[in-house]
Design a protein around this ligand. Sequence first.
Ligand code: NAD
Length: 477
Amino acid sequence: MPDTHMQTATDSIDAMQAVLDRQKAAFESERHRPLSDRKADLEKIEALVKTRGDEFAAAIDADFGRRSKSETALAELGFTIATAKHSRQHLNKWASSKPVSVPMTLAPGKAYVRREPKGVVGIVSPWNYSMQLAFAPLVAALAAGCRVMIKPSEFTPRTAALIKSTLAELFSEDHVAVIEGGVDEASAFTALPFDHLFYTGSTQVGRIVAKAAADNLTPVTLELGGKSPAVIAPDFDGAEAAKTLAWGKFLNAGQTCVAPDYALVPRGSEQDFAKSMMHETGEMWPDVATNGDYTAIISERHHARLSEMVEEVRQAGAEVHQLAFDKAAAGNTRIFPPTVVVNPPLDSKLMQEEIFGPILPVLGHDGLEDAARFINERDRPLALYVYAKSKQTARDFLSRTISGGAAVNIPLLHLSVEDLPFGGVGASGYGSYHGESGFLTFTHERGVFEAPVWHPSRLIRPPYGKMFEFFKKLQAG
Ligand code: NAD
C-alpha cells in the first residue's frame, strides 16, 4: 500500500521547489527592481488592508473562535498599514548606496556600499498575529526588492487562505507566493535553498529551522519567544504599574510574543499587586465569557495546556486569582479567564516554559540586584519591562540585564516604534526587523572599491623595493 501521507508531502515539496525555481529565474531577469515599482508593491499592500481589512478581521476571528475586533484593528490591520507606509516613505534613503572613506594609502578611489536585494526569501509565520507576522516581513522583503514565499501557520487556516488568495490577486506567483500546509510542508519549506529564511515561532522549532537552513548555508532570522519579565522597582507604585501591565499581559489573551510572562515585584507586595492586576483586568474586560474584546485561545490543545499549568501550581499550594468566569455563558468558545498566580514553585511548568496565555505569575524580589540576578540566571528574554520612577534606576537595570528589546514604564510599545530594531537575543532568537533593520535583513550590503584606470597601487608589487618601503611607512602612519 502506498503511504499517501508521504506522497502528499513529496508532491508539495516538488511544487514548492518549482515555485522557488520560477522565483529565482524571475529574480535573475530583474535583479534590481526599480524603487518606484517597490513603492507600488507597498502601496498595493496598504490598499489591500484598507479595502479588505474586514475580511481579514473576520477570518482571524473565525480562526481564534473569538478575536477582539479592536485588537485586530490595532495589531494586525493598523500595524501592517503603518509598516508599509513607513517603508515606502523611507525607501529612497534606505536603498541608496552609502559612501565610505578611503584610506590615504588607497587613494585615489571611491568606496561605497551597494544595498542589493538578497534574492528569493522564505517567510514562516505563526498563528498568534497571523496577519501582522506574515505581512510585516513581507513588506520588508518587498521594500528590499526580493521575491517572497510565505508559509503561514496551520493553526489559522482561514487567514492563511485569505493571505494566499488576496496576494495572488496583487502579485504574480514568481513575485509573491503563499504555501499552505502543516508541519510536513513547513519542514519541506525550510529545507529549500532560499537566499534568506525568516522564521517567527517557538524556540524549539527555531532550532530545527536553523539546522535545516544550515545545510543550504541560507542565512536565517529567528524571531522566537521566551519568558519576558516585568520588574517593578521599589520606587514605583504597583497599582499604577498594574494599569498598563494588565493590558499588555491580557491583550490577545496573553498570546503575544512580547507579553510580560511573569512579574517581579518588591517582596511583600505580591498580594497587593495581584489584587491590582485583577482589579484593572476586571475594569478592562468585564464578563470575559461573553466580552467580544477578550480573545479566545487558539486551540483546545493550547487551552488544555494552560489549564494543566494552573492546576499544577494550585496543587502545589500557590494562590491563584482568577477573574469571575461564567462557563455556561462562554459556551464552546475557548475562553481562558485572566489569571494571576502568586509565588508559584520555580520548577513548575508555569515558571519553566513560556506561558503564551492569560496567566501571570507574580514573584517577590529583594531589590533590583536580586531581580537582575533572577533574570540573568535564565534564558535571554525577547522583551524586558522595567517600571521605575527614576530614569536612572531604569537605565541601570537595563545595563545589568540582556534582552531582545525593552520598554520602560509600559509594556509592548517598543515593538510599534518602526525605527527600533525588533528581535531576540540568545534563546529568543537572532537578527531583527522593522524599519531599516527589516530592509537590511533582506539586503546584501555589497562593498565596492572603484579605482581609476591607473592606480598607484600598481607600484606596490614584486620585486618589492623603495616604493614598497614608502608604502609601508605610509600605512603605519
Ligand atoms: P511554532 O514554532 O509552533 O510554529 C510557527 C511556524 O513554524 C508555523 O508556520 C509552523 O507551520 C512552522 N513549523 C512547525 N513545525 C515546524 C518544523 N518542524 N519545521 C519548520 N517549520 C515548522 O510557533 P507557534 O506556536 O505558531 O507560535 C508561538 C511561538 O512563537 C511562541 O514561542 C512565541 O513567543 C513565538 N513568537 C515570536 C514572535 C517574535 O516576533 N519573536 C512573534 C510571535 C510569536
